[in-house]
Design a protein around this ligand. Structure first.
Ligand code: ADE
Length: 414
């Protein structure tokens, strides 16, 4: 494909996503006049997808100068990079399959713009600033964080007193994790497994490791496709929830022996480990949807294998000494973004409406904020829900004055 064709493909796909991103589009339209981000430099480290493109275009409409790099080496859509650079004038540093050095060089390219707001998905900008680029701190007003893993990293920075500027945890907005983490990860992870394998899900023993919002979404979708779903959890409450949601609950050792397809979504490392590979069935498929490629112990898998080979795009076969074959998808990186196209536009619309509105809120409230991790203001969260419903043409009920009074009184009973 020529560069021109790549740019055209990117523009067409960005427009396609925009059709299902009415909230972000409405914000961009309004911001053409209002310019709430006028003169603000935003550095973003997000998955370079068509949905992210619509976010950064909206930020630019709001008056910001934005630069973007990838938040994962395998999630970049190269046509989107080409389109953002050439058709939208948004400097974008990302290449699908880039090595670790290039990945970090691209982060440094964004940091060279001396951002005043950082927008992270996994906290790599924040951690690079705090470890290698402390001189940038004096210019930085605040930041946002998109994902559960990033929020965990930031809370631990806050707790140890290391966090040097305020960050809003966009992930924790209800209009983010109830939809993006649950329905987005649910659908896009299955999509990634299907695109990588083209195998049937129905009738398989499908093991979901982790029952947070992402795990809940994956388990529900796998069940919907006819799999026998088992859940592995460390948290007793979540394990009970999984049980009462109708799934089998077991420990990793039992699940390892029974599973045909494994998907990790815990945010933790080595949740599928050497001892588990040893008891797995021939032909077991391993995939991850957690942010980092640490959930499956790939090093141990490679050590246990007598032979390793690429069998098709996004599938590596590990042959064990006893002849058994295990298949690792997408190098253990986010299967939904590496083998598919990430979450659908409909849910990213809400996540990225939060990102956009929060960045304007940060500019307005910068002087009041401390070096802490903040929740998304409730009024932004409920505005996003309201705008989403409006865009779908859905009317909801409102309370009558009598009902408002009833809810605020305690005297009336039987
Ligand atoms: N994270 C998961 N899916 C995504 C998408 N489509 N765009 C950006 N970030 C994502």
């Amino acid at each position: 494909m020529t560069k021109k064709e790549l740019v055209q493909k990117g523009v067409a796909r960005i427009n396609w996503a925009r059709i299902k991103m009415p909230v972000v589009s409405a914000i961009a339209e309004k911001w053409k006049e209002e310019k709430p981000l006028k003169g603000i430099r935003i550095g973003a480290c997000l998955h370079v997808t068509t949905e992210t493109a619509n976010l950064v275009i909206a930020l630019k409409e709001g008056g910001a100068s934005v630069s973007l790099c990838a938040s994962n080496p395998l999630s970049t859509q190269d046509d989107v990079t080409a389109a953002l650079n050439s058709a939208y004038g948004i400097p974008t540093y990302a290449k699908r399959g880039e090595d670790t050095n290039t990945y970090y060089q691209h982060i440094l390219n964004v940091l060279d713009t001396a951002p005043q707001i950082t927008m992270d998905d996994g906290a790599d900008l924040v951690s690079t600033i705090h470890t290698q680029k402390k001189e940038l701190l004096k210019e930085i007003l605040a930041g946002t964080e998109e994902t559960t893993t990033g929020v965990i990293r930031l809370r631990s920075m806050e707790k140890s007193g290391a966090l040097a500027y305020p960050i809003v945890a966009v992930n924790d907005a209800l209009t983010k994790h109830l939809f993006d983490n649950r329905y987005g990860t649910g659908q896009s992870s299955l999509d990634g497994i299907l695109r990588a394998t083209n195998y049937l899900i129905a009738g398989t023993n499908f093991v979901v490791v982790g029952y947070g919002w992402c795990g809940k979404g994956v388990a529900a979708k796998a069940r919907g496709m006819g799999a026998n779903v088992s859940v592995v959890e460390v948290d007793p409450l979540r394990a009970l929830e999984a049980l009462m949601d109708g799934f089998q609950v077991m420990n990793m050792t039992d699940a390892a022996a029974a599973g045909d397809i494994f998907l990790t979504v815990t945010g933790n490392k080595n949740v599928i480990d050497r001892k588990h590979f040893k008891v797995m069935k021939d032909g077991a498929i391993l995939a991850n949807s957690g942010h980092f490629n640490v959930e499956i112990n790939i090093e141990a898998l490679a050590q246990e294998a007598v032979e390793q080979k690429d069998v098709k795009e996004n599938v590596v076969q590990y042959q064990m000494a006893d002849g058994k074959k295990l298949f690792l998808l997408a190098e253990g990186r986010l299967i939904n973004l590496a083998a598919a196209e990430g979450h659908p536009a409909q849910v990213m619309d809400m996540s990225f409406a939060n990102q956009a509105l929060v960045s304007a809120w940060l500019v307005k409230n910068q002087k009041k904020l401390k070096k802490k991790v903040y929740p998304v203001p409730e009024e932004i969260d409920s505005l996003v829900a309201r705008l989403k419903l409006e865009s779908l043409g859905i009317k909801i009920e409102s309370l009558s004055p009598e009902q408002v009074e009833y809810l605020s009184s305690w005297q009336s009973g039987t």
